[in-house]
Design a protein around this ligand. Structure first.
Ligand code: BMP
Length: 221
């Protein structure tokens, strides 16, 4: 069974907590990014974790020099279970985040995930990212990151990237609002992988029902 990660890109605290709470029976993890954190502050990570007891991943697509990446990772991983970063900035920048994740793991005993983007799901990703995505996937494997991001909007590319990264878990956006074909994606992904769904759940008039529907579809995989 492929897992479900809710992309909680709403920008209101009450709404975020309500949706997180009412969908929590059906989602395996919650992804929080700039829209919510810039709107209401980083404390929302802890609040959502406390309320749902779910894994919370911060999607900050960190892409800076190693010393700045370290600072961002330090602030983020205090409460978040994982952080998403870019790999195109170079191995040293990713390793800086992995170093902080390791420190937190040693201090707290809790696993902290460092997830690296390979190819993005939007049309513009074919311009600059797709040509280097296979190499990024090789780097992800070499660095033994905890997960990679790869697109559900291009199942053929998802498959190629999966073949490169092997057993590194994939978190894959593009199902729902971006029009990705769930059946094709479920033929590729496995039990350690996640499908990310955002708007199709939180913009639905009944987010709980929508999350339930996706969980049933994924259960059949
Ligand atoms: P939605 O299901 O509403 O399209 O949301 C997808 C989520 O995944 C958003 O949070 C977006 O920022 C993120 N995302 C993406 O869509 N494509 C990528 O390549 C990488 C992402 O993190």
């Amino acid at each position: 069974m492929v897992k479900l990660m809710l992309a909680l890109d709403v920008m209101d605290k009450k709404e975020a907590l309500k949706i997180a709470d009412e969908t929590s029976d059906y989602v395996d993890a919650i992804k929080i990014g700039y829209p919510l954190v810039l709107a209401v502050g980083l404390d929302i990570v802890k609040e959502i974790k406390d309320k749902t007891k779910k894994e919370v991943i911060c999607d900050f697509k960190v892409a800076d020099i190693p010393s700045t990446n370290e600072k961002i990772a330090n602030l983020t991983l205090k409460y978040a279970d994982g952080i998403i970063c870019h790999g195109f900035v170079g191995r040293d920048s990713v390793k800086a985040i992995q170093k902080i994740a390791k420190q937190y793991e040693l201090e707290t005993g809790n696993k902290k995930k460092v997830i690296m983007v390979t190819e993005m799901s939007h049309p513009g990703a074919v311009e600059f990212m797709q040509p280097i995505a296979d190499e990024l996937a090789e780097v992800a494997k070499e660095l033994n990151v905890s997960g990679i991001v790869a697109p559900s909007t291009r199942p053929e590319r998802l498959n190629e990237i999966k073949n490169i990264v092997g057993d590194i878990p994939i978190i894959s956006p593009g199902i729902g609002a971006q029009g990705g074909d769930l059946d094709s994606v479920l033929n590729i992904l496995g039990k350690n992988d996640y499908v990310i769904v955002g708007r199709a759940i939180y913009e639905n008039e009944n987010p709980k029902e929508s999350a339930h529907k996706y969980s049933i579809l994924l259960n059949k995989s």
